[in-house]
Design a protein around this ligand. Structure first.
Ligand code: NAP
Length: 519
């Protein structure tokens, strides 16, 4: 976004809470962290030179390599000079056609436009467990991992949670720890990554197949894969071929086909196939049964991509603790107590997720026109137009905001799409003498209704997922990402822009307003 704004000749200041660039890949340094989208697709396409010079070394890039990529991009385009690091934005208020952005360093910066690039999974969440502050050992959250790394050698380690972060870190921690206890409340579906090294000839995002794939990614109907598909309103018959999806490796399996999302019968077939794979890997039948998800349909929570996760439970030093049978009662100075047992621990890892999509926005004190706060506006559930703006908050944009495909898509591709749309919009406002742009309430209402209707066509709302805010006590239950498909979504955004930003209220600059009134 900074690069595009500079290209438009605009001045911009970026505020970043971290000490360096990278976002998710700066904070999530837990052992085993790697992308669950193929590296070749997880690359920027805005610069031909950048694509020429970068080479990925693995099919699914590990966190340190993606962080190096982010640093390379920042250096390559000289971005750091306009970024204030170690600076957390505490609030932003709109008054007299300008935003004032305040930071924890005492800045109060005035700007015409404010763009939130705060990410979808950037506010970590610790569970409310009695005694959580009294643990005498070392405690870590996967989303705020120490930069120097953690050596678990010889330690008794507990991991709370079995989502994507846990599923990636558990196999690595198990190799170090003397004893590993995995505290599982809900099992998750996971498929093997089948990660592999990429040869120099095949590791460049510029290879014809990778370069060709990314635009397709951005136009696909569903989510991550490039193959165009459309959501159907009527489910088709379950297909004997469905389990084949489960045999494919990694990210292609991450994008559930529409039939899996709309037909319970087809979904059950695929889910049972994956459960069968778990039973075939895990030797102890009781542990295998506990690891096999039955409480949600496959794909309605993010499907995890793992390297040796289920195999890890065959190790002598790993114990699965079923919290459904015996919930956690307290964390004690010496470890953790469930209803049935005490576990002595030296270290505790919270792989307990994030206040997704709205958490980082609502953590700031954002006040729109008329003094209304975003927290107040979204108290009963978030409302946006296209996930790009929200009524009552003029000139405030959100990159991959709630109500856009965001977390259901390849984030790099969706970030680029939003950056381009916002940059084009700002250029349009400038060339047309427009001072303010704001989502109209009518367009927002229609979009919110459409986002909800699309979700209701699928099995998604039936799962207690973070997509719905179900992991945060008291958070309104609203399906936050747009499930209608990235291709349909992109066309909608393009169409809105082509029609002079239909659904947005545009206010001319005062002098132009007077001139146009006189005419
Ligand atoms: P998550 O999917 O929200 O998982 C959190 C886990 O913590 C769940 O198993 C949850 O159990 C458990 N938990 C929460 N509170 C608990 C409590 N009080 N007691 C016991 N267990 C508790 O979080 P995540 O694993 O960090 O992943 C979040 C998202 O980040 C993913 O879905 C994915 O989109 C993204 N991610 C991507 C990658 C990648 O690209 N490779 C890696 C990591 C994460 P319940 O299900 O029972 O609530």
């Amino acid at each position: 976004m900074l690069h595009r704004l500079r290209g438009l000749g605009m001045t911009a200041r970026v505020f970043e809470a971290g000490a360096d660039v990278g976002g998710t890949w700066y904070w999530n340094r837990y052992p085993g962290a790697r992308c669950d989208i193929e590296s070749m697709q997880y690359s920027f396409s805005f610069s031909e030179e950048l694509q020429q010079e970068w080479e990925w070394t693995e099919r699914f890039a590990p966190q340190p390599e993606i962080l190096r990529y982010a640093n390379h991009v920042a250096d390559r385009f000289g971005l750091r000079s306009d970024i204030a690091f170690n600076t957390r934005v505490t609030g932003a208020a709109f008054d007299k056609a300008r935003w004032t952005v305040r930071t924890d360093r005492g800045d109060a910066v005035s700007a015409r436009f404010c763009i939130m690039a705060t990410g979808c999974l950037s506010t970590g969440r610790l569970p409310e467990i009695e005694g959580i502050d009294r643990f005498a050992g070392r405690a870590y959250h996967t989303g705020a991992w120490p930069h120097e790394g953690v050596d678990f050698t010889g330690q008794r380690v507990g991991v709370i949670g079995t989502g994507s972060s846990a599923i990636q870190s558990i196999p690595v921690i198990a190799q170090q720890a003397a004893q590993l206890f995995v505290f599982q409340r809900t099992p998750n579906f996971s498929v093997p990554a089948r990660n592999a090294p990429l040869t120099p000839d095949h590791g460049s995002p510029n290879t014809p197949s990778a370069a060709a794939g990314r635009p397709r990614c951005g136009r696909a109907s569903s989510t991550i894969s490039a193959k165009p598909r459309r959501l159907r309103s009527r489910p088709r018959r379950a297909s004997a071929s469905t389990p084949r999806a489960g045999r494919r490796a990694g990210s292609t399996s991450l994008a559930p086909t529409p039939i899996l999302l709309t037909s319970k019968e087809a979904n059950d077939t695929a889910a049972e196939f994956v459960r069968g794979r778990i039973r075939s890997i895990v030797r102890d039948p009781v542990t295998a049964a506990l690891l096999a998800p039955t409480s949600h349909s496959i794909g309605t929570k993010r499907i995890c991509v793992d390297t040796g996760y289920f195999e890890t439970f065959n190790r002598e030093n790993v114990t699965l603790v079923d919290l459904q049978a015996a919930p956690i009662e307290a964390i004690t100075p010496d470890g953790l107590r469930t209803r049935d047992a005490e576990y002595a621990l030296d270290a505790l890892v919270f792989a307990t997720g994030f206040d997704a999509m709205t958490g980082s926005l609502l953590r700031m004190d954002i006040t729109g026109s008329g003094g209304r706060t975003l927290a107040d506006k979204w108290a009963a559930g978030l409302r946006t137009y296209l996930g790009l703006m929200t009524a009552g908050f003029p000139n405030l944009f959100t990159i991959t905001g709630p109500g856009s495909p965001s977390v259901l898509s390849n984030m790099i591709v969706s970030i680029e799409q939003h950056v381009d749309w916002i940059a084009d919009c700002l250029a349009y406002l400038r060339s047309h003498g427009i001072a303010e742009i704001e989502a109209s309430s009518a367009a927002e209402d229609a979009w919110v209704e459409h986002v909800n209707a699309a979700a209701e066509l699928t099995l998604y709302p039936q799962a207690n997922s973070w997509y719905l805010g179900a992991n945060i006590p008291g958070k309104p239950r609203v399906f936050m990402p747009y499930i209608g498909g990235v291709g349909v979504y992109r066309e909608t955004c393009e169409d809105v822009a082509a029609r002079g930003y239909a659904g947005f209220d545009l206010t001319l600059r005062p002098r132009l307003r007077e001139r146009s009134a006189a005419e």
